[in-house]
Design a protein around this ligand. Structure first.
Ligand code: NAP
Length: 313
């Protein structure tokens, strides 16, 4: 049986052969810039700066009859150089359906699989239920080792992060972290970043949502914590803002042709961001998103110009 990895290799080999043919060579467009990667500070392992999230529309499709179409979303991400996939038991059918797809397609080991733990629901978490949730996550993806598990929405961090530390010591997970996108939890996030041995945090960050730049991103850089940038489009917020509008012509200097590339290049040009995980249910949008992960990125002055432009809309 030909695995997905073999299929990808065959495709690449065919591409390489075609590239060597003299007629193709003479007509060849310049090779695209390689995908930008950033190191996870605690290990030095490099990750592509754009990945894939799975709440929102991904989760809606995962829970529908059309769920098989998400297979192409994964294949497009891998073919275009992405590896990071962010999910959670709380995202409806996302984790289960994504797990089934990657197991059946033999893709699980090619992905950096990031899931979450939270059985606290605002109060204290029962350790037995928390461990059971983690075991379900393992069964869903079928990997011996999960790359990253984070405590979702700062739920009972003391108890749940202690389970993640244990799993990390046992080498069942490679990295551990915490997430939040709720301003009321930012103070607790900051305290946790100072007190706990976090490898990762996952936080909301977008061109029109820059509060993370004030304290959390500098602290992450200072303490060597990797950052997943969540909701880089503000889910629907930025799309509503730019509906019916063209990307400004000066953004072409950065190779930007779409609003997704504009928003993502802004997010990943912050040096503390390790990877942005936009969610999508469409292969064409994955390709669009992955193409933002290539040079050039905006410098500080260009970032401000980009943000000001969005403020005027
Ligand atoms: N506390 C937490 O742990 C937490 C909280 C929030 C988010 N997250 C993670 O971060 C991920 C991303 O955040 P999010 O899902 O809230 O929102 P988002 O990524 O900011 O936006 C997703 C929306 O953008 C659309 N989209 C994606 N690519 C596009 C493109 N190239 N062109 C046009 N539209 C595009 C998607 O629709 P289409 O399907 O039509 O492309 C979807 O409606 C989540 O899925 C989740 O994995 C974690």
């Amino acid at each position: 049986m030909i695995s997905r990895r073999d299929t990808l290799k065959l495709g690449m080999a065919a591409g390489a052969a075609a590239a060597l043919a003299p007629t193709a060579l003479s007509r060849a467009a310049p090779a695209p810039e390689p995908i930008i990667t950033r190191p996870i500070p605690k290990s030095g392992e490099r990750l592509p700066v754009v990945g894939l999230g799975s709440s929102a529309t991904f989760s809606a499709v995962a829970g529908s009859e059309d769920w098989q179409r998400l297979r192409n979303v994964f294949m497009s991400m891998l073919e275009h150089g992405g590896t990071v996939f962010d999910t959670a038991p709380a995202y409806g059918a996302s984790e289960e359906v994504a797990g089934q797809i990657v197991r059946e397609s033999g893709l699980a080991d090619e992905l950096f699989w990031a899931t979450k733990l939270n059985v606290a629901q605002g109060g204290s978490a029962d350790p037995g239920r928390a461990r059971a949730q983690v075991e379900t996550s393992f069964q869903r993806v079928g990997k011996q080792v999960i790359d990253l598990i984070q405590v979702h929405n700062m739920g009972d961090v003391e108890m749940q992060f202690s389970i993640l530390k244990e799993l990390r010591e046992q080498r069942r997970i490679r990295y551990a972290g915490v997430t939040t996108t709720f301003p009321r939890q930012y103070e607790l996030l900051e305290q946790t970043m100072r007190a706990e041995p976090l490898d990762f945090i996952g936080v909301d960050y977008a061109i029109d949502n820059r509060v993370m730049e004030e304290r959390i991103l500098p602290l992450a850089a200072d303490r060597g914590i990797a950052v997943l940038a969540y909701a880089p489009f503000g889910r629907t917020r930025l799309w509503e803002k730019v509906r019916g509008r063209e990307v400004p012509s000066w953004a072409a200097e950065l190779g930007i042709r779409t609003w997704a590339q504009y928003f993502l290049k802004f997010v990943i040009s912050h040096p503390a961001i390790t990877c942005a995980t936009p969610a999508t249910s469409r292969p064409a949008n994955v390709v669009d998103n992955m193409s933002a992960a290539r040079e050039p990125l905006p410098d500080r002055a260009m970032r401000e110009r980009m943000a000001k432009h969005i403020e005027t809309l």
